[in-house]
Design a protein around this ligand. Sequence first.
Ligand SMILES: [Zn+2]
Length: 61
Amino acid sequence: MKEIICSKCNVPLESKKAKFGYLGLVFDAEVPRCPVCGQVYLSEKMVLEKIAKVETTVEDK
Ligand SMILES: [Zn+2]
């Protein structure tokens, strides 16, 4: 994975398991997170991929 640098602290982000919510859905995902300020970096692409996966799971029920 490409290294992402926190624009605030100028340190590389660490990949951490984190929960995040989007449009009322909660995801459990490994996301790049700044070890200094705790800023989580979410790319729009990743969020959309997660949503697509969740929607598929719901439809399968
Ligand atoms: Zn930071």
